[in-house]
Design a protein around this ligand. Structure first.
Ligand code: GTQ
Length: 314
């Protein structure tokens, strides 16, 4: 037994064994409420579109398997748009093919502009138009091609940050540029058309409407990690104030307004993408009739029993 033992000495010797006291950092380890690292942020399409255009001129599909600008949260590093979600803007020019690969990570696309492009997913060639949502399930081979005459831009939503945490992601190139595919059936479970979603939102006569995208066959969320929904807010109206343990990425399909998040004011208009960190109270205020697309990590939170939400009941 050392006569002059001290707490400092104890900590030093514990550190030499790869151990640290919990009690000095207890609150950080089990905080009283969620403490996301991500901060609220808007990526404006007016700023992003010219960067994509330049990438289109400077970088070909040989150099970029996917020509994407990641939307990186200012308080985090790539691939974090929020603590758990990744978003990126992908450009594909007429005549280009983004070669086939597959990965464990799930992806969804929300089409921002252009038509005449397709994503071939596991042998189904799915054509894409503005506002459509296309799913790329885990481990399904997929390639993208633009057979139209206009550039195509879409928002990618992936669960990549989850695989920073769980080292369980694999990726594989396919042996050819394109994976063999047939035109997708009109009722493909891989695609949700905007027209259908807008009809669901418009069927609700309230100034604020919310509708989730669910698998047409199973009624389940679009993946086991990521869920997606759309919202309609009538001009000069607001959403309820909510907070959720889910992180959220929003994209403005149509309209103009702002979102108050925890004291921040995010102003947005058509084409912009913004994020809401976990547990931050947020409320949308629409200046004009507005449609928002969103994806979140609710399904995986549900799976681990950690999804919680509160709203003001408005
Ligand atoms: O289109 O396959 O934004 O693999 C990031 C990773 C898109 C894709 C991204 C990807 C893809």
């Amino acid at each position: 037994m050392i006569a002059t033992d001290s707490v400092g000495r104890l900590f030093q010797e514990a550190a030499a064994q790869g151990a640290q006291p919990l009690w000095t950092v207890m609150e950080g380890m089990v905080p009283p409420h969620p403490e996301p690292k991500a901060v609220p942020h808007v990526w404006r399409y007016a700023d992003m579109r010219p960067l994509l255009e330049r990438a289109g001129r400077l970088v070909g599909t040989d150099d970029a398997e996917r020509r994407v600008f990641m939307l990186v949260n200012p308080a985090m590093e790539a691939p974090h748009t929020t603590d758990t979600l990744y978003a990126g803007l992908q450009l594909i020019l007429p005549g280009e093919v983004a070669r086939a690969h597959r990965h464990v990570a799930f992806a969804l696309r929300f089409i921002i502009e252009g038509d005449g492009a397709y994503t071939a997913v596991a042998g189904e060639k799915v054509t894409m138009a503005r506002g459509d949502v296309i799913l790329t399930p885990s481990w399904a081979y997929h390639d993208h091609g633009n057979e139209g005459s206009q550039p195509m831009v879409w928002l990618d939503g992936l669960d990549l940050p989850v695989y920073q945490f769980f080292p369980a992601n694999f990726a594989q190139p396919y042996s050819a540029e394109r994976y063999p595919s047939e035109p997708a059936p009109s009722d493909s479970h891989l695609k949700f058309s905007w027209a259908e979603m807008q009809a669901r939102l418009d069927a609700d006569t309230e100034p604020y409407a919310f509708a989730e995208y669910v698998h047409t066959q199973t009624g389940a969320p679009v993946s086991r990690v990521i869920g997606a929904a759309a919202e309609r807010i009538a001009g000069r109206c607001s959403s309820p104030t909510r907070r959720e343990t889910a992180g959220i990425v929003y994209h403005v399909f149509e309209g103009r307004g702002l979102t108050r998040v925890d004291g921040h004011v995010l102003e947005w208009q058509r084409g912009d993408t913004f994020c809401v960190p976990a547990w931050a109270p947020y409320r949308h205020e629409a200046a004009r009739d507005t449609y928002l697309f969103r994806f979140d990590d609710r399904p995986i939170l549900d799976a681990i029993g950690a999804y919680r939400a509160e709203h003001d009941g408005a």
